[in-house]
Ligand binder design. Structure first.
Ligand SMILES: NC(=O)c1ccc[n+]([C@@H]2O[C@H](COP(=O)([O-])OP(=O)(O)OC[C@H]3O[C@@H](n4cnc5c(N)ncnc54)[C@H](O)[C@@H]3O)[C@@H](O)[C@H]2O)c1
Ligand SMILES: [Zn+2]
Length: 365
């Protein structure tokens, strides 16, 4: 285990520890971080079955009094109704101002439990123990918490930094392969926008990490690198003024594709893989990225076991994008690459150019 990352957020500075087997140290590390009171341990059924026992034992060993709460797995649980049920259960269990929530699970658990932590008693302690690769490299860090609304994802939320993040890459051993690959898409995104060495590592070893044959220690080094990139970006720009927008590489089109395909048809990562193909194409079209680099990027994306491009008219996807309010006066802010490892925000892209790029990428290999 290497030294924890320190993230400076507006409300507090917090540590992110990454390593294989860290869940066994959860309680001890929370004590080190001066987190007091009782623990509401929030998880989903899948994660509770696999890792709930390890987490509870580690908390008990550090003398925390633990009350577990288990939600149904899946995005459908990320609602105000689920938050309300948790408010009932936590208040009835006597969770007070000086207590805290530990979110043990993927991004759904983290976003929902974080929303509850941010609002219950106007904010209680909040520890993230992410167990999906996506949550480990992306959603557990950065302080965004939210629930979905029937009219759109993440529409109701807040910025609420965690007090501590414990990333145990051993937990990934029980993560389904498709979820693992979804997280790999975010790691590749981090490489594209900020780190050509990481890109080269993925060129060498994508399948080892994607299929989970790399060791938990090797995976910890990979996760840490992706987290350093996210920490660096959000640390300088917590509220998405400019720099943080680079994390949207592949997401403008990816989000629209995900929505147009119907949530659940594609994982988030799969939609982002397609979105990154479009973004590479646009990077070339705008005269920024040279063709050889774009080809390298495309080849690596082609190694993801992503379901075929959904049979959607790119026009439908563009309509979803307009609903997402990404487009204004026919133009948008779109993240493109100058080269692999260096992303920039372009404001000259028109909707019609993007539509052409999407048709091209959808038709491509
Ligand atoms: N807050 C942010 O900044 C941010 C960033 C990106 C994504 N998100 C959100 O994250 C969510 C997606 O997160 P996700 O992909 O982790 O989805 P998820 O939480 O639904 O987890 C995916 C599946 O894997 C299971 N799972 C998780 N860890 C496991 C483990 N170790 N062993 C076995 N099964 C395990 C879960 O039960 C679930 O079925 C979305 O709601 C998205 O909006 C938030
Ligand atoms: Zn994403």
């Amino acid at each position: 285990v290497t030294a924890p990352l320190r993230i400076v957020a507006r409300d507090r500075t917090y540590e992110v520890a990454v390593g294989a087997g860290l869940l066994g140290e959860l309680g001890a590390r929370m004590r080190d971080a001066k987190i007091g009171g009782r623990t509401a341990l929030i998880s989903d059924q899948n994660v509770a079955a696999q890792w709930g026992g390890v987490a509870r034992a580690a908390l008990a060993a550090a003398d925390y009094q633990v009350t577990p709460f288990v939600i149904e797995p899946g995005e459908a649980s990320k609602t105000l109704a689920s938050a309300d049920k948790l408010f009932d259960a936590l208040i009835e269990a006597g969770i007070g101002r000086g207590d805290h929530i530990v979110a043990l699970g993927g991004g759904v658990v983290g976003d929902l439990a974080g929303f509850v932590a941010a609002t219950l008693h106007r904010g209680i302690g909040f520890v993230q123990a992410p167990t999906s690769l996506l949550a480990q490299v992306d959603s557990s860090v950065g302080g965004k918490v939210a629930v979905d609304h029937r009219l759109g994802k993440n529409l109701i939320g807040a910025f609420y930094a965690p007090h501590l993040v414990i990333v145990d890459t051993r937990a990934l051993q029980t993560l389904p392969a498709r979820e693992r690959w979804s997280g790999m898409a975010e790691i590749l995104k981090a490489a594209f926008i900020r780190d050509s060495d990481l890109f080269e590592l993925l060129e060498r070893r994508l399948e080892d990490f994607g299929a989970g044959t790399a060791s938990p220690e090797e995976t910890a080094a990979l996760v840490r690198r992706a987290l350093e990139i996210k920490a660096d970006v959000v640390g300088q720009d917590e509220h998405e003024a400019g720099l943080r927008m680079l994390l949207n590489f592949g997401h403008t089109y990816g989000h629209a594709l995900e929505a147009a395909a119907g949530y659940g048809a594609l994982t988030h990562g799969e939609a982002v893989v397609h979105g990154m193909r479009v973004a590479l194409r646009m990077s070339v079209k705008l005269g920024r990225l040279d063709l050889a680099q774009a080809e390298r990027g495309k080849r690596l994306l082609g190694r993801f076991p992503t379901p075929a491009w959904p049979a959607l008219d790119p026009g439908e996807v563009m309509a979803a994008m307009s609903r997402d309010k990404k487009v204004q006066h026919g133009k948008m802010r779109f993240v493109v690459l100058d080269k692999i490892g260096a992303a920039v925000i372009d404001t000259s892209l028109t909707v019609s150019a993007l539509e052409e790029g999407a048709r091209f990428a959808a038709a491509g290999p």
